[in-house]
Design a protein around this ligand. Structure first.
Ligand code: ZN
Ligand code: ZN
Length: 97
């Protein structure tokens, strides 16, 4: 994508590609260079914010949310391991008696 040196027709800045929304934009104008496809089920266009700068914030937020939910999953897993370990210990001490 680095070879794609298309320029903005308004300000001549080099355009960038926003992977999350599958669209090219001009960072200087803060404007998308592609119109939406109009499909309400399209996960790119239907969720695309009005401005590319808003997209960055959105992606940061999405990443933070994903990290949080990952952490939650890991905490649950830790708890399960502990419980399992305790159960095994309990079972072993039962067997000894
Ligand atoms: Zn521009
Ligand atoms: Zn679309």
């Amino acid at each position: 994508m680095d070879d794609d040196r298309a320029q903005c027709s308004t300000c001549s800045s080099f355009l960038r590609y926003q992977e999350r929304f599958d669209a090219v934009y001009c960072p200087a104008c803060d404007e998308w260079q592609e119109t939406k496809c109009g499909d309400p089920r399209c996960r790119f266009c239907s969720e695309r914010p009005r401005r590319p700068s808003l997209a960055d914030e959105m992606i940061v937020r999405e990443r933070a949310e994903r990290r949080e939910s990952l952490q939650r999953t890991r905490e649950v897993n830790d708890r399960c391991t502990t419980t399992l370990g305790e159960l095994l210990r309990a079972a072993r001490s039962d067997a000894k008696r």
